[in-house]
Design a binder for this molecule. Structure first.
Ligand code: BG6
Length: 797
């Protein structure tokens, strides 16, 4: 029997609580959300839906909202585009269609388009918000600006918000930023400094949408809830390896202008996969909801990451990519992109917990399936004495033991957490996750689904919707802080630099990739498991021989001309060079090849590196036709191009490679250093009669060849074998073989490609021997053979 005073007290307490609620509701205030880039792709696909979801979840809880879709487009067109973007909004299944239509209507009424271009536009927006809040007798709680715009627009927008659209005292500001956050450590630092001078760290929410994926968001809670079982297992003694994978079937078509600048490592590994890695590897904080501690623990993982080496990664590029880039970015036919669309990277963490455990990060476009997962595979030291038939289904110690956070797609088709039944019986949050219904016959990671304890979310939610809700609730642990971002770039930038000139392995795309992209690791290095095959995508029937190519044979300036489509032309030239090499080695034991730089030969170098297994590289000497007066490590150096596209790929003895001595005594092309004379002396000493077996030349649109430009005072005649010259374009100082030396060669091949060369080809076809005006017209080997290789565009236009 309760004391009568009890009821009285309860009534008072309830009233107080209710009053508190009501007051709290009133105090919740008004929130304005400004979506910049409101008519763009991301907004259309995810952000509007995420904002609608926020409205559905929060509107009844005391906040009022307005949504401002903003862009640079004028109001009329902008409004139309935004209305289109909002057409597809949907409610979750538990909301009846009629109710959904009503809610959608309410949301549309709260959503308006506005053009945000100038500072005045931003002040007008601010005034409108204030007026509206006042008019409705509300209190302003805060403003969220969602930047769904390219990063070059960030600084301007940020300044405008700061100067003209910050909310008044007592209300908060949150700005939401989308990647890319720079393309290396320097640019990320610059952007961060710029933004840091405008916004406080706590105001910035950098999105990595993978942190909103349900399975990824479950990593820390899962580790937390299963501390007891995992404490023993989550370390180098028990973990065999960790695989963090994001595979896509789509390619980069339609977005090559972005992709060409970034590539798969910057697009996916530096952010999504690295974030996942830190969640798996970090020491588990006592309180996983404390954003600051989580960040500190993450940063400790970055500190322990072992530096990546060039050999830590394998890279690939799907075959159609370069063509897509040429088409979308109007590049010349000879353009070959080096941007990786596939990468596998081996990461080690040098701390007590993870020392020696390989973390494999892999992602790519145009692969055989769309799937994302983190797989922690445990070591297995058990040996089962009984035959497999007697094992208890799914529980034998001899079966693989793994924990998988399945991000999505794949054979399973949904997010999930899987734990091998022979490992331990996990606990998952009582709410939000449920046991996954078995799909009979489904096998995952080498085992039937029935071998796992398997859980999936009760309600699948889009990552953006989750993150928008976290922004609203100030859950900063789901976002990337500046420190976190820069730590990641510090880790990735050296690898990106070392891959800058690396030719990726070409793969056909989709299921046809076969085992071409499989890789393996040993001694801390990754390598593809298979050699690059001779013919990547053989059509039906056998691979064509060079002689099968459709080449047009004709005469040009009274010398043989070979003309074909670029790919065939390059194949033909590569085969001809190989044939010359084989003949020369047979004749004299060595082959002296002088190569030009520039973009046209890149495809040739790649062809030689990838397909010519029987090329006698061990007996080949490589010389440079010309060089720019820049350090040999400079990307502009011709030697650097040769190095990146050919030398790294072939086994040529180092002492057979003869870069031009443009840098002596730490200075570039100083006359006193006599670099040209030195090179001439080296040629005279090593090349019989200074007669190269083959010289590969190009032809410039002004008729220059090698670095011999029209009206050059040196190199067009005379005795000198190697000369210093001046180029009209930068870098101006050059070193070049002279025409007399070139004309001593046994064979000279001139490669001319692309539409841009059409006019000069036409002109040069008509002129006589006038090297002063058109140095190329002075190329006429005295006793050797000159052959022209022109693609159809250069020859026929
Ligand atoms: C983005 C990348 O961050 O993630 C895209 O820029 C990629 O290239 C995308 O396609 C994949 O995300 P999701 O959510 O489809 O797995």
């Amino acid at each position: 029997m309760k004391h009568p005073g009890f009821w009285k007290m309860l009534t008072v307490a309830t009233c107080m609580a209710l009053l508190g609620c009501l007051q709290a509701q009133e105090l919740q205030g008004h929130v304005s959300i400004i979506l910049l880039g409101a008519t763009g792709d991301l907004a259309k696909k995810y952000l509007w839906q995420g904002l609608f979801q926020l409205y559905l979840d929060e509107a009844g809880k005391g906040h009022s909202f307005t949504f401002h879709g903003a862009a640079l487009t004028d109001p009329k067109q902008g409004q139309q585009l935004m209305a289109k973007a909002l057409e597809t909004l949907s409610c979750s299944q538990d909301i009846a269609p009629r109710q959904c239509a009503e809610l959608k209507d309410q949301f549309l009424q709260l959503s308006q388009y506005r053009q945000l271009k100038t500072t005045t536009d931003y002040s007008a927006l601010s005034k409108d918000i204030e007026a509206q809040v006042q008019h409705k007798g509300l209190r302003e709680a805060g403003r969220i600006f969602y930047f769904s715009v390219p990063p070059f627009a960030y600084a301007d927008i940020a300044r405008n918000i700061n100067s003209s659209c910050r909310p008044g005292p007592g209300a908060w500001l949150r700005v939401v930023l989308e990647k890319p956050f720079g393309r290396d450590h320097n640019s990320a630092q610059q952007l961060a400094t710029e933004l840091g001078s405008i916004f406080q760290e706590e105001e910035m929410y950098r999105v990595d949408h993978y942190l909103g994926k349900q399975a990824v968001a479950q990593i820390l809670p899962f580790r937390d809830q299963n501390r007891q079982a995992l404490d023993r297992l989550w370390n180098r003694h028990h973990v065999e390896r960790v695989e963090i994978v994001m595979k896509e079937t789509v390619d980069a078509e339609g977005r090559t202008s972005f992709y060409e600048e970034y590539g798969v490592i910057r697009d996916v590994l530096q952010n999504h996969l690295t974030e996942i890695l830190t969640l798996v590897a970090m020491e588990l904080p006592h309180n996983i909801s404390n954003a600051e501690t989580v960040l500190q623990h993450k940063l400790r993982v970055f500190q322990a990451l072992r530096d990546l080496q060039r050999g830590s990664a394998v890279v690939g590029q799907y075959q159609a990519y370069s063509e897509q880039v040429r088409r979308e970015l109007q590049k010349p036919e000879s353009f070959q992109s080096l941007t990786p669309t596939f990468a596998g990277v081996l990461v080690y963490i040098d701390n007590l917990r993870w020392e020696g455990v390989p973390f494999i990060l892999m992602s790519g476009k145009a692969l055989d399936e769309r799937a994302g997962y983190v797989r922690i595979l445990f070591k297995n030291q058990a040996h089962c004495a009984q035959s497999e038939a007697r094992w208890v289904a799914g529980r034998s110690q001899c079966l693989p033991r793994q924990v998988v956070f399945h991000v999505g797609h794949g054979a399973l088709g949904s997010p999930a957490v899987l734990v091998s039944r022979n490992l331990f019986s996990p606990s998952l949050p009582a709410q939000g996750w449920q046991e996954l219904e078995g799909q009979p016959g489904l096998r995952l990671f080498g085992c039937p689904l029935s071998d796992y304890y398997a859980y999936s979310p009760v309600r699948e939610q889009d990552a953006y919707a989750i993150l928008i809700s976290h922004i609203f609730h100030r859950r900063k642990d789901s976002f990337i802080t500046t420190e976190n971002l820069l730590a990641s770039w510090v880790f990735w930038t050296p690898l990106l630099d070392s891959l800058a000139f690396e030719a990726p392995r070409i793969y056909p795309g989709g299921a046809e990739n076969g085992h071409l992209l499989d890789f393996e690791f040993s001694g801390g290095q990754l390598s593809f498991s298979q050699q690059q095959p001779e013919q990547l995508v053989p059509g039906p029937g056998s691979a064509p021989m060079p002689s099968d190519f459709q080449v047009l044979r004709a005469q040009y300036r009274e010398s043989p001309l070979i003309s074909a489509w670029p790919e065939e032309l390059i194949s033909k030239l590569a085969s001809d060079i190989e044939a010359s090499a084989v003949r020369a080695v047979r004749r004299s034991g060595e082959f002296h090849l002088a190569l030009s730089g520039g973009s046209s030969p890149v495809a040739l170098f790649q062809q030689l590196a990838h397909w010519h297994y029987s090329f006698p590289w061990a007996h080949t000497h490589l010389w440079l036709v010309d060089e720019r007066c820049v350090p040999l490590s400079d990307p502009e150096s011709n030697f650097q191009g040769l190095q990146a596209h050919l030398l790294q790929r072939i086994r040529v003895p180092h002492y057979n490679v003869h870069p031009m001595p443009v840098q002596l005594r730490r200075r570039l092309c100083a006359e006193e250093d006599q670099g040209a004379q030195l090179y001439a002396a080296e040629i005279s000493a090593l090349v019989t009669n200074s007669s190269f077996d083959l010289v590969l030349l190009g032809m410039g649109t002004d008729g220059h060849t090698a670095s011999l430009f029209p009206q050059s005072p040196t190199g067009l005649d005379g005795e000198q074998l190697v000369v210093m010259t001046q180029s009209p374009s930068r870098p101006h100082h050059r070193m070049s073989l002279s025409l007399p030396l070139i004309n001593r060669a046994r064979r000279v091949a001139v490669l001319v490609m692309g539409k841009m060369k059409r006019e000069i080809t036409l002109l040069v076809s008509r002129v006589g021997h006038e090297p002063q005006k058109w140095p190329i017209s002075g190329v006429l080997p005295s006793s050797g053979q000159l052959v022209w290789y022109m693609d159809y565009e250069a020859f026929l236009g």
